[in-house]
Design a protein around this ligand. Structure first.
Ligand code: DGY
Length: 420
């Protein structure tokens, strides 16, 4: 795979804006939160100093209350909508969105530390990033779990990263507001069949404008005013895993108070996850916090509790059985929705396509539970996809064709940090 490694390094270098990496030129021209965190693991393979800078620069956009925004708009660009002029966020300290994204960064800090050749530098970086990570995790509980359930809510599909997942379909049924007319830049870069629909975008923007009207995304208000309030498996699994890694970091740094605080989140989270288990389906499900109903859509995030390490052995066995079935329905896994489900669309963003970062998380989780063959199968599918289609944003699970953005940073990072 030497040629893929070379290609992956080329992609990261060409998407490098000095202190941060854009996910893809044109389509996503700013610093995206979970993209950057995942991409730092790719940089770590050939440039440790650059990898740390990626994370440090992401946290340069952290709000005073601890939130790390989903996008930091360091430099202007007119190729993305909605950009800083629509979000209109006061500089806090940079221009940014007013919502967050899956908290991957603690995983990356641990990854960078464990793979570091420059131990002394790694220790210093880990120590200086630790309070920022802790503040962000605290923010999740304060701003997104004010009812103290032990799992956090996303208030916008963009906060999950899985923007148009069928798991949000029912929760996105609220009426749209009379929003200003807008022009979607994403459709200048990617075929409309691979992107969310106009109706979905109208809902995204309705939420954005309502949140902006709430005193510019005031985190104390948003939870209560949002018509969309969902316990998302992606954010919660990543947060759970990130808490485990943060606790590990805190231990290394001798911060016992923080270890105790994080372990309490883990204990509560463990209990709360048991309510997201659908025994009949043998899958975890997202929950609408407004109606109290589990979302019936079978999505790839159902397997992420394996990555979190929060599934029981019995649950893991059922998940593995289901995953094996899903893989037998496609040429390349893991599809983002069960292909037998009526909402499955093989090309449309998070409604069917395969995403390498999710494949990494699922296969990592499977290994942890001892399902090495299944983990290896996902790894082989992932290698085959990048060899066939290149470093694309996502892939068609039936044909293996590439879809969405080209020369995509986190796909490149996965080839370096995972698939090599
Ligand atoms: C997009 O614009 O598609 C992004 O996923 C939003 O963060």
């Amino acid at each position: 795979r030497a040629h893929i490694v070379e290609e992956a390094i080329r992609v990261l270098r060409s998407n490098d804006y000095g202190h941060y990496t854009v996910p893809a030129q044109g389509l996503y021209p700013f610093q995206w939160n979970w993209d950057s965190a995942l991409v730092s693991a790719g940089w770590a393979v050939f440039d440790e100093a650059r990898a740390w800078r990626e994370l440090e620069f992401l946290f340069s956009g952290q709000w005073e209350d601890g939130m790390v925004p989903s996008i930091v708009f360091h430099k202007p660009s007119d190729t993305y909508f909605p950009g800083p002029e629509i979000w209109g966020t006061p500089e806090r300290p940079s221009k940014s969105t007013g919502i967050s994204q899956p908290p991957v960064a603690a995983l990356s800090v641990r990854f960078l530390y464990e793979h570091a050749e420059h131990r002394k530098v790694a220790e210093e970086k880990m120590e200086s990033l630790f309070p920022k990570l802790l503040a962000w995790h605290r923010w999740w509980y304060k701003a997104r779990d004010p009812k103290n359930k032990g799992v956090v809510a996303i208030l916008h599909p963009w906060e999950s990263g899985m923007d148009n997942s069928p798991a949000w379909d029912d929760s996105m049924q609220f009426p749209v507001d009379d929003i200003p007319p807008y022009c979607r830049c994403d459709l200048n870069h990617v075929n409309a069949s691979m992107r969310p629909t106009k109706e979905t975008y109208d809902h995204y923007l309705t939420l954005l404008y309502r949140f902006k009207a709430a005193n510019f995304y005031d985190p104390d208000k948003l939870y209560w005013i949002s018509p969309f309030r969902v316990t998302d498996l992606c954010v919660n699994s990543i947060l759970f895993r990130a808490n485990r890694d943060l606790s590990w970091i805190a231990q290394k740094l001798g911060k016992q108070d923080a270890v105790d605080e994080i372990n309490q989140w883990l204990a509560k989270g463990f209990e709360a996850f048991s309510h997201l288990w659908d025994e009949d389906a043998g899958l975890f499900k997202c929950e609408d916090q407004i109606t109290g109903k589990l979302a019936d859509a079978p999505i790839s995030a159902a397997f992420l509790p394996l990555f979190a390490g929060v599934a029981s052995k019995e649950q893991a066995a059922k998940l593995a059985l289901n995953l094996d079935k899903w893989l037998n329905k496609v040429s390349y896994g893991v599809p983002s929705t069960d292909p037998d489900d009526s909402r499955f669309e093989q090309l449309r963003y998070w409604r069917g396509p395969v995403w390498l970062i999710i494949n990494w998380m699922i296969s990592n989780g499977l290994k942890h539970y001892g399902y090495t063959d299944l983990a290896k199968q996902i790894e082989d599918h992932s290698k085959a996809l990048t060899e066939k289609a290149g470093l694309r944003e996502y892939f068609d699970p039936i044909t293996g064709d590439g879809a969405g953005g080209r020369d995509f940073s986190w796909t490149a990072a996965m080839c370096l940090a995972w698939l090599d």
